[in-house]
Design a protein around this ligand. Structure first.
Ligand SMILES: [Zn+2]
Length: 240
Protein backbone atom coordinates (compact mmCIF):
# COMPACT_ATOMS: atom_id res chain seq x y z
CA UNK A 1 0.00 0.00 0.00
CA UNK A 2 1.15 3.56 -0.67
CA UNK A 3 1.46 6.50 1.69
CA UNK A 4 -1.57 7.83 3.60
CA UNK A 5 -3.96 5.28 2.22
CA UNK A 6 -5.81 4.66 5.48
CA UNK A 7 -8.05 6.90 7.56
CA UNK A 8 -8.47 7.25 11.29
CA UNK A 9 -11.97 5.94 12.02
CA UNK A 10 -12.42 8.48 14.82
CA UNK A 11 -11.30 11.77 13.25
CA UNK A 12 -10.94 10.92 9.51
CA UNK A 13 -7.24 11.97 9.53
CA UNK A 14 -5.06 10.15 6.97
CA UNK A 15 -2.71 7.45 8.24
CA UNK A 16 0.08 5.40 6.70
CA UNK A 17 -0.62 2.17 8.59
CA UNK A 18 -3.19 0.50 10.80
CA UNK A 19 -0.76 -1.60 12.82
CA UNK A 20 2.95 -2.13 13.13
CA UNK A 21 4.42 -5.61 12.85
CA UNK A 22 7.29 -6.07 15.31
CA UNK A 23 9.47 -9.14 15.35
CA UNK A 24 8.39 -12.25 17.30
CA UNK A 25 4.85 -11.88 15.96
CA UNK A 26 4.05 -8.84 18.09
CA UNK A 27 1.51 -6.51 16.50
CA UNK A 28 0.75 -3.04 17.82
CA UNK A 29 -2.22 -0.95 16.74
CA UNK A 30 -1.17 2.45 15.41
CA UNK A 31 -2.29 5.47 17.42
CA UNK A 32 -3.62 8.47 15.50
CA UNK A 33 -1.36 11.54 15.76
CA UNK A 34 -4.37 13.83 15.61
CA UNK A 35 -6.84 12.38 18.15
CA UNK A 36 -4.52 10.03 20.08
CA UNK A 37 -6.93 7.12 19.66
CA UNK A 38 -6.32 3.86 17.73
CA UNK A 39 -6.41 4.60 13.98
CA UNK A 40 -8.72 1.64 13.39
CA UNK A 41 -10.00 -0.24 16.42
CA UNK A 42 -12.08 -2.47 14.13
CA UNK A 43 -9.09 -4.42 12.80
CA UNK A 44 -9.23 -6.59 15.93
CA UNK A 45 -13.03 -6.75 16.09
CA UNK A 46 -15.17 -9.64 14.97
CA UNK A 47 -16.90 -9.02 11.58
CA UNK A 48 -20.29 -9.45 13.32
CA UNK A 49 -19.53 -6.48 15.63
CA UNK A 50 -18.49 -4.41 12.60
CA UNK A 51 -21.73 -5.36 10.83
CA UNK A 52 -23.81 -4.41 13.89
CA UNK A 53 -22.06 -1.02 14.09
CA UNK A 54 -22.64 -0.53 10.35
CA UNK A 55 -26.34 -1.36 10.81
CA UNK A 56 -26.41 1.26 13.58
CA UNK A 57 -24.95 3.67 10.96
CA UNK A 58 -21.87 4.47 13.07
CA UNK A 59 -19.49 6.59 11.00
CA UNK A 60 -16.47 4.78 12.53
CA UNK A 61 -17.68 1.44 11.12
CA UNK A 62 -18.39 3.05 7.74
CA UNK A 63 -14.84 4.56 7.68
CA UNK A 64 -13.36 1.14 8.47
CA UNK A 65 -15.29 -0.54 5.64
CA UNK A 66 -14.92 2.22 3.04
CA UNK A 67 -11.33 3.36 3.68
CA UNK A 68 -9.45 0.70 5.61
CA UNK A 69 -10.77 -2.54 4.14
CA UNK A 70 -10.29 -3.93 0.66
CA UNK A 71 -13.90 -5.04 0.34
CA UNK A 72 -14.45 -5.07 -3.42
CA UNK A 73 -17.69 -6.97 -3.75
CA UNK A 74 -19.82 -3.94 -4.60
CA UNK A 75 -20.52 -4.97 -8.22
CA UNK A 76 -21.39 -8.54 -7.20
CA UNK A 77 -23.63 -7.17 -4.43
CA UNK A 78 -25.22 -4.80 -6.93
CA UNK A 79 -26.14 -7.65 -9.33
CA UNK A 80 -27.42 -9.77 -6.42
CA UNK A 81 -29.66 -6.95 -5.11
CA UNK A 82 -30.95 -6.24 -8.61
CA UNK A 83 -31.86 -9.92 -8.98
CA UNK A 84 -33.70 -9.81 -5.61
CA UNK A 85 -35.54 -6.64 -6.59
CA UNK A 86 -36.42 -8.02 -10.03
CA UNK A 87 -37.76 -11.20 -8.42
CA UNK A 88 -39.82 -9.18 -5.92
CA UNK A 89 -41.39 -7.02 -8.65
CA UNK A 90 -41.94 -10.05 -10.85
CA UNK A 91 -43.57 -12.02 -8.01
CA UNK A 92 -45.86 -9.05 -7.23
CA UNK A 93 -46.99 -9.13 -10.87
CA UNK A 94 -48.00 -12.76 -10.41
CA UNK A 95 -49.21 -12.30 -6.84
CA UNK A 96 -52.77 -13.27 -7.62
CA UNK A 97 -51.85 -16.32 -9.72
CA UNK A 98 -51.16 -19.19 -7.37
CA UNK A 99 -50.23 -22.46 -8.96
CA UNK A 100 -48.79 -25.56 -7.35
CA UNK A 101 -47.98 -27.14 -10.70
CA UNK A 102 -44.15 -27.30 -11.00
CA UNK A 103 -44.45 -26.98 -14.77
CA UNK A 104 -46.01 -23.55 -14.28
CA UNK A 105 -43.12 -22.40 -12.12
CA UNK A 106 -40.65 -23.50 -14.79
CA UNK A 107 -42.68 -21.67 -17.42
CA UNK A 108 -42.67 -18.51 -15.34
CA UNK A 109 -38.91 -18.58 -14.90
CA UNK A 110 -38.61 -18.51 -18.66
CA UNK A 111 -40.73 -15.42 -18.97
CA UNK A 112 -39.03 -12.33 -20.29
CA UNK A 113 -40.90 -10.21 -17.76
CA UNK A 114 -38.30 -11.11 -15.16
CA UNK A 115 -35.49 -9.76 -17.34
CA UNK A 116 -37.60 -6.67 -18.03
CA UNK A 117 -37.96 -6.11 -14.27
CA UNK A 118 -34.21 -6.60 -13.86
CA UNK A 119 -33.53 -3.99 -16.56
CA UNK A 120 -36.00 -1.58 -14.93
CA UNK A 121 -34.43 -2.04 -11.48
CA UNK A 122 -30.95 -1.51 -13.00
CA UNK A 123 -32.13 1.64 -14.78
CA UNK A 124 -33.62 3.01 -11.55
CA UNK A 125 -30.44 2.25 -9.60
CA UNK A 126 -28.35 3.95 -12.31
CA UNK A 127 -30.68 6.98 -12.15
CA UNK A 128 -30.34 7.09 -8.35
CA UNK A 129 -26.52 6.90 -8.43
CA UNK A 130 -26.39 9.37 -11.35
CA UNK A 131 -28.61 11.84 -9.48
CA UNK A 132 -26.53 11.59 -6.30
CA UNK A 133 -23.21 12.01 -8.14
CA UNK A 134 -24.52 14.90 -10.25
CA UNK A 135 -25.82 16.69 -7.15
CA UNK A 136 -22.51 16.22 -5.33
CA UNK A 137 -20.55 17.38 -8.39
CA UNK A 138 -22.68 20.55 -8.58
CA UNK A 139 -22.53 21.32 -4.84
CA UNK A 140 -19.03 20.18 -3.88
CA UNK A 141 -17.02 20.68 -7.08
CA UNK A 142 -18.78 23.58 -8.86
CA UNK A 143 -20.04 25.63 -5.91
CA UNK A 144 -17.46 24.90 -3.21
CA UNK A 145 -14.45 24.22 -5.43
CA UNK A 146 -13.71 20.93 -3.64
CA UNK A 147 -12.78 17.55 -5.07
CA UNK A 148 -14.84 14.39 -5.24
CA UNK A 149 -13.56 10.89 -5.93
CA UNK A 150 -16.46 9.48 -7.93
CA UNK A 151 -15.06 5.95 -8.01
CA UNK A 152 -14.93 5.86 -4.18
CA UNK A 153 -18.38 7.41 -3.94
CA UNK A 154 -19.92 4.89 -6.32
CA UNK A 155 -18.34 2.01 -4.37
CA UNK A 156 -19.67 3.53 -1.12
CA UNK A 157 -23.16 3.96 -2.60
CA UNK A 158 -23.32 0.37 -3.85
CA UNK A 159 -21.86 -1.15 -0.66
CA UNK A 160 -24.22 0.88 1.53
CA UNK A 161 -27.17 -0.72 -0.28
CA UNK A 162 -26.45 -3.88 1.76
CA UNK A 163 -29.78 -3.37 3.57
CA UNK A 164 -31.49 -4.64 0.40
CA UNK A 165 -30.52 -8.15 1.51
CA UNK A 166 -33.62 -7.86 3.74
CA UNK A 167 -35.67 -8.16 0.53
CA UNK A 168 -35.03 -11.91 0.62
CA UNK A 169 -36.98 -12.64 3.87
CA UNK A 170 -39.69 -10.24 2.67
CA UNK A 171 -40.06 -12.33 -0.47
CA UNK A 172 -39.91 -15.65 1.38
CA UNK A 173 -42.32 -14.75 4.19
CA UNK A 174 -44.75 -12.80 2.08
CA UNK A 175 -47.51 -11.31 4.23
CA UNK A 176 -49.85 -8.34 4.46
CA UNK A 177 -47.19 -6.10 5.95
CA UNK A 178 -44.91 -6.43 2.92
CA UNK A 179 -45.49 -2.85 1.62
CA UNK A 180 -44.64 -1.54 5.11
CA UNK A 181 -41.54 -3.79 5.26
CA UNK A 182 -40.44 -2.61 1.80
CA UNK A 183 -40.88 1.03 2.90
CA UNK A 184 -38.77 0.45 6.02
CA UNK A 185 -36.07 -1.34 4.00
CA UNK A 186 -35.99 1.59 1.55
CA UNK A 187 -35.68 4.06 4.45
CA UNK A 188 -32.85 2.05 5.99
CA UNK A 189 -30.97 1.81 2.65
CA UNK A 190 -31.34 5.57 2.07
CA UNK A 191 -30.06 6.30 5.60
CA UNK A 192 -27.03 4.06 4.94
CA UNK A 193 -26.46 5.77 1.58
CA UNK A 194 -26.54 9.17 3.24
CA UNK A 195 -24.11 8.07 5.96
CA UNK A 196 -21.72 6.56 3.36
CA UNK A 197 -21.69 9.84 1.36
CA UNK A 198 -21.09 11.81 4.56
CA UNK A 199 -18.14 9.58 5.51
CA UNK A 200 -16.54 9.68 2.04
CA UNK A 201 -16.83 13.48 1.72
CA UNK A 202 -16.37 14.16 5.44
CA UNK A 203 -19.16 16.68 4.97
CA UNK A 204 -22.17 17.85 6.91
CA UNK A 205 -25.34 15.77 7.05
CA UNK A 206 -27.24 18.37 4.99
CA UNK A 207 -25.22 17.75 1.82
CA UNK A 208 -25.52 13.95 2.02
CA UNK A 209 -29.27 14.08 2.75
CA UNK A 210 -29.78 16.52 -0.14
CA UNK A 211 -27.77 14.28 -2.51
CA UNK A 212 -29.83 11.23 -1.52
CA UNK A 213 -33.05 13.22 -1.99
CA UNK A 214 -31.94 14.30 -5.51
CA UNK A 215 -31.02 10.66 -6.28
CA UNK A 216 -34.46 9.52 -5.09
CA UNK A 217 -36.13 12.18 -7.23
CA UNK A 218 -34.12 11.10 -10.27
CA UNK A 219 -35.02 7.45 -9.60
CA UNK A 220 -38.71 8.35 -9.27
CA UNK A 221 -38.65 10.32 -12.55
CA UNK A 222 -37.08 7.42 -14.46
CA UNK A 223 -39.60 5.00 -12.91
CA UNK A 224 -42.54 7.22 -13.93
CA UNK A 225 -41.17 7.74 -17.46
CA UNK A 226 -40.78 3.97 -17.90
CA UNK A 227 -44.37 3.39 -16.71
CA UNK A 228 -45.82 6.03 -19.05
CA UNK A 229 -43.93 5.00 -22.14
CA UNK A 230 -46.27 3.74 -24.87
CA UNK A 231 -44.20 0.57 -25.16
CA UNK A 232 -44.06 -0.74 -21.59
CA UNK A 233 -42.60 -4.17 -20.93
CA UNK A 234 -46.03 -5.61 -20.16
CA UNK A 235 -47.47 -4.32 -23.45
CA UNK A 236 -44.57 -5.76 -25.41
CA UNK A 237 -45.05 -9.14 -23.76
CA UNK A 238 -48.79 -9.06 -24.26
CA UNK A 239 -48.29 -9.04 -28.03
CA UNK A 240 -46.02 -12.09 -28.04
ZN1 LIG B 1 -7.71 10.27 14.75
Amino acid sequence: MGKDVFRCVECNEKATELHRDYSNGILKITICESCQKPVDKYIEYDPVIILIDAILCKSQAFRHILFNSSLNIHWKLCVFFLLCEAYLRWSLLHGSEHSSDPADIIRYTKEWEFYGMFALAALELAAFCGGVLLCLWLVVVRLKGGTVEFRLLLRALLLSCYGKVLLIPTVIWEHDYSPLCLGLIKLFVLTSNSQAIRVILNSSRHISVMAVFVGLLSEGCVSQICKRLPWTIQDMLAFQ
